[in-house]
Design a protein around this ligand. Sequence first.
Ligand code: ZN
Length: 149
Amino acid sequence: MFEELNDLYQQVIMDHSKKPHNFGTLAGANCCARGQNPLCGDQMQIFLKTEDNIVRDLRWEGDGCAIFKASSSMMTDSLKGKTRGEITQLFDEFHAMITTGEIAPNNHLGKLEVLSGVNRFPARVKCALLGWRAAMSALEGDHQPVSTE
Ligand code: ZN
């Protein structure tokens, strides 16, 4: 399905989608949000525990396509321990990479660069962004469900 992505990237994406990290619910979460991508059928719920403006822990659960699951799994790895400001900056960098394929110099993306090829699959852009939109919504305390439509 993603023949154009190189094998290493494809392997990382498959590993995360089969065994998502930080999967499940979180006792004591103080921020949560739901998100869905009706076009593809992806849906999720995210739970965050914040303290002193820092994301101390987070979990997510849901189901959908491989890109959605891999992106959400990798996102939860990258948000842990970050401040809201750092997360907003990272979201901007990730959003630019996924929508334009451009990777800013001196960015904070790290392993998330594995998903840079997604911009060549316009139908999957929303899948890759769903988890991020839900996380941002949870952090902003906006309890309206996020929909990519
Ligand atoms: Zn999807």
